[in-house]
Design a protein. Structure first.
Length: 66
């Protein structure tokens, strides 16, 4: 399990990358799951005032929950 400080740094790197990204002409941005998760099994996504959780399962599937 990773330390809290290391996990926080990894989240910050992802946040900075997401904020710095400009959508291409087609309007779609794309990231790999490795870019989103790093070593974490779960990430939080804020949308419309709600927090959604995107998690990676043991079978390497993705599940999004509110």
């Amino acid at each position: 399990m990773q330390s809290g400080a290391k996990a926080k740094r990894e989240r910050l790197v992802v946040q900075q990358a997401l904020v710095a990204s400009e959508p291409p002409a087609g309007g779609q941005l794309e990231w790999t799951s490795e870019q989103l998760f790093g070593r974490a099994q779960e990430v939080g996504i804020r949308h419309g005032g709600h927090l959604y959780r995107l998690r990676r399962t043991k079978l390497d599937k993705l599940i999004l929950t509110k």
